[in-house]
Design a protein. Sequence first.
Length: 404
Amino acid sequence: MDTMLETVTDRREASPWRVLLGGILGLVVAMGIGRFAYTPILPTMQRDTGLGPLMAGQIASWNYVGYLAGTVLLFVFVPLRRSRALCPTSLAVSCATTVAMGLTSSPIWWSVLRFVGGMASSIAFVSVAGLVISHLSRSGRSSQSPLVFSGVGFGIACTGALTPLLDTLYGWRGGWFGLGAVSAILSMTSWKLLAEIPPGSSSTATVTSARSGIGLLTAAYFLEGLGYIVTATFLVAIVTHTPGMAGWGAASWITVGLSAAPSTALWQLISRRFGWRLATTAAYLLQAASLFLSKMADGPIGILLSAAAFGGTFVGITALSMAEGASRSGVNQSRSAIIMTAAFALGQVLGPICAGWLAQGGGGFGLSLELAGVCVLTGGALTWLDRPAIRVVPLTDEATTFST
């Protein structure tokens, strides 16, 4: 009887739905809050501290430098990414750096904290997603894996909803303190659920892989990083400073999050129905349209439509592009993943600096949005020109981890 009860308990503790919920909450902390909380809090920081667009862009770029550094660290030190302590530690660091942003008004320390927070975000993203995807694969529920990435969108929506309230109560510092507290609660819940995953052996699967390389794919992905990050960093500030639209900044960011939450699963369905190339090209074009629309929009309908189109594409493009890069690399997914992540991260580093510099000199983000739209549009054109030839190769669990 005791053995039977233990077996039932183990099955309950290893429930795919509990693990999936733990993964979603982990990505709310690591990505939605840890990485993107800066966007809705930025206007209040500018209002209360006099932070200019150029310095704001530089601080944002340090976060993306940290994100790249964390990814490279994982790829170089293989034993590190296999450590069970990596997930809770990275989530804890993400929470700590979020809270610490409210403890200083020094741009230097803000930059340091955003760099460390970026490292924690990338490490937590890889470790959380890896744990969930591997467990769902062993449980025969691989089709549910895209749902874990909804945590990014839910986290973004959370920051958009809470920041105005926290600002009213405690100002810009309250935004960081409050979101840091929310992160701490969610991260503890996340790890409690993820810790239920029993150690498992690697399984194998098959994926389609292309004989052609990832040159055009990587170039398009670099342009996506360069273009999308302008909106991902400055959207709330742009809306807040649009005449007559000051009160719509939070709503636009919430719209981004709620649109991003289901987008990965949606774009994967479109990809299976119409093919990767058509689906990814369509996502690029829709995102480019959202960037041009956000530049022209002067009312709530246009702004919310552009926010919805933006949120509904940027996570989807990431998932589609990284999965395609992994499939083209056979059993060497780690190599393709680090190349593509490096290109994407470089674009993210350059985007906020260039946008902040242009805004500082020209008095607005209009030109930055136009150039961002051109970058994403060009990425879509490169994707359309990319025509790989297909074959089938084995895929390990570890490779699956880094294909996302």
